[in-house]
Design a protein around this ligand. Structure first.
Ligand code: PYC
Length: 399
């Protein structure tokens, strides 16, 4: 009999903590609430199925090579948690720390990458600049000639970066939380959030209303909508991001390759498919449609790096929702207006790699009521205080 990963439950009349969003962030928060703080009377509400949203629609890249000290520390904590997560969850996550290249094709991008290398070194994160011949030695198939429109001038190399099986992470957290007694409720859509003064007292869903001690909003794409229910306006614009996979090939690409100038990234999955994505679509919208023009432009840019791929077939294309903040950094925060409402959102195109640290710190915030130092810089009110973080040049395809 196959193992049941998580169970179905009736909604209880109340929970100590209600988490909105059954993706990697919400489930990680539930998992760490239970395992680190002994809080198990927790419900995770997912409007569709576990991993339907951004957690199941990303390109599964992990890295810590950010630009600001705050970003580097946070993502490095996440990478370290990922390094031991398979053992902690007792679940194979197929994590491959194969090394991560961010290519530079202009003087400006080389300067931005060099700054990141130095910031990474100062924070103890392994990242350094490499020359085109050094890139070619590790990726023989790449075109380092002067033929392309944007020849490669060098790269930021980040050895601990890599890829993981994204579905396995979400399922592993769901199973881990379920084993601790957390209720994972799929097909449970939040319709309203009930308040009394400065407290959240309940969450109305399509399956009934639950009382709650605290609420965590951990959604991607819908975070503005959830916060609107309690009168909070987020500084977020939601854009789709498209990605595709090719037919399976024999293993040949053993590193993650990102080009911030060509707005493209590529890796090879354990199934042999090339997994490729780009920048967000230019217009904010909530559509999960994928489009031919984006596929054509991604293909054109991939071929500039790897002309030998010209006959490879694309198998699948999809889109996910990205909540973009003005400084390309996330928001993990309590909210002044309510004593017991917490948000983890604004994950843009870089949220999957953050899930363990997001869950770890949000669980601590909810359990103790104090903001852990690692996430203090990512407060909601930094936009009011003009304390923005400036991660755009490290958002993979954002510079
Ligand atoms: O930030 O590493 C990243 C990333 C990969 C794909 C989209 N963003």
């Amino acid at each position: 009999m196959p193992e049941q990963m998580w169970r179905n439950h009736d909604l209880k009349s109340s929970y100590d903590v209600v988490i909105v969003g059954g993706g990697a962030h919400g489930l990680a928060t539930a998992y760490y609430l239970a395992t680190r703080h002994g809080i198990t009377n927790v419900a995770v509400l997912e409007q569709k199925y576990v991993g339907f949203g951004a957690s199941g629609r990303n390109t599964a890249i992990l890295r810590a090579n950010y630009r600001t000290a705050e970003g580097i520390r946070f993502y490095n904590q996440s990478l370290k948690l990922y390094e031991t997560l398979a053992q902690a969850l007792d679940f194979n996550l197929m994590f491959s720390q194969q090394g991560h290249f961010t290519l530079g094709h202009s003087t400006a991008s080389m300067a931005a990458l060099t700054t990141r290398a130095e910031m990474n070194k100062a924070e103890g994160v392994d990242s350094y600049m490499v020359t085109p011949p050094e890139i070619k030695r590790m990726i023989p198939e790449i075109d380092i000639s002067s033929r392309p429109r944007y020849p490669i001038l060098g790269a930021l190399y980040h050895p601990p970066g890599g890829i993981i099986r994204h579905d396995a992470v979400v399922w592993g957290f769901a199973r881990g939380a379920d084993r601790q007694g957390v209720h994972v409720h799929q097909l449970t859509q939040v319709e309203d959030i009930l308040t009394e003064g400065d407290r959240i007292v309940g969450v109305k869903t399509n399956r009934g209303t639950v009382g709650c001690g605290a609420v965590v909003s951990a959604t991607a794409g819908w975070s503005s909508e959830i916060c609107r229910l309690v009168g909070i306006k987020l500084p977020i614009a939601t854009h789709p991001l498209q990605a595709f996979v090719t037919q399976g090939l024999k293993p040949w690409l053993h590193h993650v390759v990102v080009s911030s100038t060509l707005h493209i990234y590529l890796s090879q999955s354990d199934r042999g498919e090339l997994v490729c994505g780009g920048a967000v679509d230019s217009f904010p919208q909530y559509s999960l449609r994928s489009t031919l023009d984006v596929l054509e432009s991604y293909a054109m840019h991939v071929l500039e790096l790897f002309p030998m791929l010209h006959n490879i077939k694309v198998q699948r294309q999809w889109a996910g929702m990205c909540d973009m903040t003005p400084d390309y950094a996330p928001i993990l925060s309590p909210i002044d207006a309510y004593q017991n409402f917490y948000i983890t959102c604004g994950w843009g195109t870089w949220g999957f790699k953050a899930a363990p640290a997001s869950g770890y710190n949000m669980a601590e915030l909810v359990a103790t009521g104090s903001v852990p130092a690692t996430i203090a810089p990512f407060s909601y009110d930094r936009f009011l205080k003009n304390q923005l973080l400036g991660e755009k040049a490290a958002a993979s395809v954002g510079s």
